[in-house]
Design a protein around this ligand. Structure first.
Ligand code: ATP
Ligand code: ZN
Length: 284
């Protein structure tokens, strides 16, 4: 059985459980389980815990794999590896200074005091940029540090920047872009590797389908070649004759971005009755 460490309650929880659902893995106790939850139809058990503990339990082999923010993976610095970037719960780790303070570049922070909950990441990023600063570790409410004269700057997670602004700070430098990642231990999973491969196959199929749409339209036969060039699909579009003479129905797959880029052109070519549907999974 493959054990998967999942954040108990936080920004990663719903998205991780949604991903399992999209992979058609159904947990016995739905979303209600507190500690452990076995899957009904897949050889997997989810273990729920604080995200900070996930790199450690994967390293200690209490769980085989886990979903955690890349920021936590880097900060905890356990000897485990990223096996899949999951694309959700994106955020950035940035430096911020009081908004009235002039800022011309990261070298301005040389010799200054920076408050953070991410000392390892900060130290390594500052070293890369040849800046020497004093790092002051605080576990929460980092953004209030400058206002109580605890630090000259902060290094913290930012998503919209509103928390920084409401504390009189301005974001001046992004040092790390983070997203949720699937981590695993470096040593062999033995027979459980087969289950992990199956899980990764499903995750890849779901992620490939994520921004794709199934598109269906009617077009005059004379326009089919031009429309096929716009909608190549996976190999080529499916073209089927309509009952109305001289018209066909075209079925294909298109990315959301290409759909909006090309919809006017398709209409100009004579496309009518354009429908799109979400795609659950895509296997190439
Ligand atoms: P726990 O109680 O499990 O320790 P937490 O408070 O440390 O939870 P959350 O706030 O739930 O963690 O965030 C989990 C992860 O979500 C972060 O480590 C980060 O990777 C990601 N994330 C995305 N956007 C944000 C954001 N605006 N603020 C904080 N984390 C974010
Ligand atoms: Zn945490």
């Amino acid at each position: 059985m493959l054990t998967l460490a999942v954040q108990k309650s936080g920004r990663l929880t719903d998205k991780t459980l949604n991903l399992l659902e999209e992979c058609d893995i159904k947990l016995q106790n739905g979303r209600k389980a507190k500690l452990k939850n076995r899957a009904k139809n897949f050889d997997l058990e989810a273990l729920f815990m604080r995200d900070d503990d996930i790199p450690e339990v994967v390293f200690d082999e209490i769980a085989d794999i886990g979903v955690v923010g890349e920021n936590v993976f880097l900060e905890k610095d356990r000897d485990v590896k990223i096996i899949k970037r999951l694309g959700f719960s994106s955020c950035r780790l940035s430096l911020a200074v009081p908004k009235e303070q002039e800022y011309d570049g990261i070298q301005d922070l040389d010799g200054k005091k920076i408050a953070t909950s991410y000392p390892k990441i900060l130290k390594s990023e500052l070293t890369k940029r040849k800046v020497k600063a004093e790092i002051h570790v605080i576990s929460g409410s980092v953004e209030i540090a400058p206002s109580i004269d605890l630090a000259d700057a902060v290094f913290d997670i930012v998503s919209t920047g509103s928390t920084l602004r409401s504390n009189g700070l301005k974001e001046v430098e992004t040092l790390l872009e983070s997203e949720a990642v699937l981590i695993a231990r470096k040593s062999s999973l033995g027979e459980d590797q087969i289950i992990l491969d199956e899980l990764l196959f499903r995750i890849n199929s779901v992620m490939k389908a994520a921004d794709k749409k199934y598109i269906l339209l009617n077009a005059p036969d004379s326009a089919i070649d031009a429309i096929s060039d716009i909608l190549p699909g996976m190999k080529s579009p499916t073209v089927m004759p309509l009952a109305k003479e001289g018209w066909s129905s075209v079925h294909s797959v298109i990315s959301e971005e290409d759909f909006w880029k090309n919809i006017k052109k398709l209409k100009e070519l004579g496309a009518e009755g354009v429908l799109t549907f979400p795609i659950e999974k895509m296997i190439l």
